[in-house]
Design a protein around this ligand. Structure first.
Ligand code: CP
Length: 308
């Protein structure tokens, strides 16, 4: 397979396993490129990409921009806070105005689930979902699986536990789709109030005892509590959450085996993981960030090759 089965990256749900393998093989090539002294390739010299962010971001926004520049694309950045959205302009009008400046691809983060899907039906450009509310964050899941593959050789057959606020997490849903598609075994662990009722229909088991979950897994992906999406209290206090679902060095060292620790960022140090876990040799958190650039180069390159 030499091209993606999709014209947009709206969610992992719409990908086939072969798409993921193609993205990984392409990312392998780009990872080699970005470790050279000349980190840039001229592949997308004739492509213009708009990064349209209606929600805060550090890693994803910088990583996409760097990936686009490494591919020699022309890049424009849009942040809702400083735009005419504040004057009441609609999403479609905003993006169509950007597209009339001859933009080929839109990378969008939006607080509303399905915003990218909606946009792909109303504008003529390739759309990349950079996180849509509590729905999906496909490039995060791709870079997470790519980092597991890099660390453990393969994703298939590995035991992965996703810990924390599963209910509000786009990272959790995209990771579940990606990991299941590649043949990993997936459990989720967190307060019952933060585990969606439909979770088992995704082929995922629930484990509410963190120690049992960690002793089962090869990889623990520790999620942040999505405070910005919590309308009510889902657990008594942050301190009690940390006591039950936080990972510290003592717990990590008391396990039956050495596991890999992941986190999509931003980290709440001392809540979901302590600093000595985040910065330990078992943590691949910064490898995830590094791999994000190669994965996003691969996604953009493969989608752009379909619009040329
Ligand atoms: N992982 C992630 O999406 O981080 P940002 O919100 O900083 O982009």
């Amino acid at each position: 397979m030499s091209e993606l089965s999709v014209n947009h990256l709206l969610g992992i749900k719409y990908l086939k396993e072969k798409d993921i393998q193609l993205i990984f093989e392409t990312a392998d090539h780009f990872k080699e490129v970005i470790n050279r002294s000349i980190k840039k390739v001229p592949s997308l010299r004739d492509i213009t990409i708009a990064n349209v962010f209606f929600e805060n971001s550090t890693r994803t926004k910088l990583s996409f921009e760097l990936a686009e520049k490494r591919l020699s694309a022309d890049v424009i950045n849009f942040s809702a806070g400083q735009s005419s959205v504040k004057k009441g302009e609609t999403l479609v009008d905003t993006v169509n105005n950007i597209l009339s400046m001859k933009v080929d691809m839109v990378v969008m983060r939006h607080p509303n689930p399905g915003a990218g899907i909606f946009l792909s039906k109303h504008v003529k450009a390739a759309i990349v979902n950079a996180g849509d509310g509590a729905h999906e964050h496909p490039t995060q899941a791709l870079l997470d699986s790519y980092s597991i593959r890099e660390k453990l050789g393969d994703v298939a057959g590995k035991n992965v536990v996703i810990v924390g606020d599963i209910l509000h997490s786009r990272v959790a849903l995209s990771n579940i789709f990606a990991l299941k598609l590649q043949g990993a075994n997936v459990k989720v662990c967190g307060p019952k109030t933060l585990i969606p009722k439909y979770i088992e229909s995704l082929g995922v088991e629930v484990e509410t005892d963190l120690r049992k979950a960690l002793n089962w897994c090869d990889v623990a992906n520790m999620l942040r509590i999505q405070n910005e999406r919590l309308d009510i209290s889902y657990f008594p206090t942050t301190r009690e959450y940390t006591q039950q679902f936080g990972v510290n060095k003592k717990l990590l060292e008391s396990l039956d085996k050495e596991i890999v620790i992941m986190h999509p960022g931003p980290i709440n140090r001392g809540v979901e993981i302590t600093s000595d876990v985040a910065d330990s040799k078992q943590s691949i958190i910064l490898n995830q960030v590094e791999n994000g650039v190669a994965i996003r180069m691969a996604v953009i390159y493969l989608l752009a090759s379909k619009i040329k």
